[in-house]
Design a binder for this molecule. Structure first.
Ligand code: IPM
Ligand code: MG
Length: 352
């Protein structure tokens, strides 16, 4: 098959890690007989510098036309003081909305090879952590009415029934493919949108009798994540709570530089990106860890192109590279072999 990809490396280490991922993807193409044709577009700070806006209409259109989008990272201190209407983050929200990507999958997986980096005690972690955070991505407080008044400012959190139903359904479907446990996180003791959310989860639960459903308030959920993370299989939650909890979930795995993510809509098109940021201080220095982006490519093959075998080939190659002792600086520990961004890309590519 022939696939058209839009590459938006973005800022900072984005180009470093996207470049390595493409090497790996091309190796997959050669091995399994697919062509991945990629076109690169500016997004975020680099787009502000050239075009005065974080995302041009052309870039949005190109991404809409593509089969999938691979993103590096956007933003950096250089653009921290630009007008809030053109901040690099706007491009990210614009792409999510413009591509209708309401479902954000953020797996928080602990790599056994990196167990030493996990900040939790051994007895809490047991034989590992594997949580999938399913975050609503195109609604809620991120996209609600906001503004400033004479002496204040406000943001609003609004959800339609349809917006909640479609993400909650994704949560159930993913739970069915995993360990059949779904925890819905809300703030139903306070928020009206959370009360609607909870009632929708409860009624949909009847369609998935095999799934064990629980509800947690977001404050309790954030505490439970460090107290007993192994109770979680799939977490489904709104845009803002998912933003916060996915950072927490990823950090407790100790693999923050390793974790990929997928943003999906109704069709097969998705946007794939590492969960880490643009780390401008190490950009272009052959230091950044490309594995999160390489693993994002594996998610693309799985979720957008249904190429499970190919996705697995990348994940296995990453596992093998770690087994062989290769580490970038961020995941380095004594006795391991330290390598740079490009070497890491090559090592994974060879193992594919
Ligand atoms: C994320 C980020 C973004 C978000 C920012 C950069 C707008 O934190 O993808 O989690 O809040 O969604
Ligand atoms: Mg975030």
């Amino acid at each position: 098959m022939n696939y058209e990809l839009a590459l938006v490396p973005g800022d900072g280490i984005g180009p470093d890690v996207v470049g390595e991922s493409m090497k790996v993807l091309e190796a997959v193409g050669r091995k399994y007989g697919h062509t991945f044709h990629a076109t690169t577009y500016p997004l975020g700070g680099c787009s502000i510098d050239t075009y005065g806006v974080p995302m041009t209409d052309e870039v949005l259109k190109a991404c809409q036309k593509s089969d999938s989008v691979l993103l590096g990272a956007v933003g950096g201190p250089k653009w921290d003081h630009v007008d809030s209407s053109i901040r690099p983050e706007k491009a990210l929200l614009g792409l999510r909305k413009g591509l209708g990507l309401f479902c954000n999958l953020r797996p928080a997986l602990m790599y056994p090879q990196l167990k030493g980096a996990c900040p939790l005690k051994d007895e809490i972690v047991g034989d590992g952590l594997d949580i999938m955070v399913v975050r609503e991505l195109t609604g809620g407080i991120y996209f609600g009415k906001r503004g400033t008044t004479a002496d204040g400012a406000f943001d609003t959190m609004e959800y339609s029934r349809m917006e909640i139903e479609r993400i909650v359904r994704k949560g159930f479907e993913i739970a069915m493919k995993r360990h059949k446990r779904l925890c819905s996180v809300d703030k139903a003791n306070i928020l009206a949108s959370s009360q609607l959310w909870r009632s929708i989860v409860e009624s949909m639960a009847k369609e998935y009798p095999e799934v064990a459903v629980s509800h947690l308030y977001v404050d309790n959920a954030s505490m439970q994540l460090v107290r007993n993370p192994r109770q979680f299989d799939v977490i489904v939650t709104c845009n803002m709570f998912g933003d916060i909890l996915s950072d927490e979930a990823s950090q407790i795995t100790g693999s923050i530089g390793m974790l990929p993510s997928a943003s999906l809509g109704v069709g097969t098109k998705g946007m794939y990106e590492p969960i880490h940021g643009s780390a401008p201080d190490i950009a272009g220095k052959n230091i950044a860890n490309p594995l999160a982006t390489i693993l994002s490519v594996a998610m693309m093959l799985r979720y957008s192109f249904s190429l499970e075998k190919e996705a697995k080939a990348i994940e296995d190659a990453v596992g093998k590279t770690l087994d062989d002792g290769y580490r970038t600086t961020d995941i380095y520990s004594d006795g391991m072999k330290k390598v740079g961004t490009r070497e890491m890309g090559d090592l994974v590519k060879e193992r594919v």
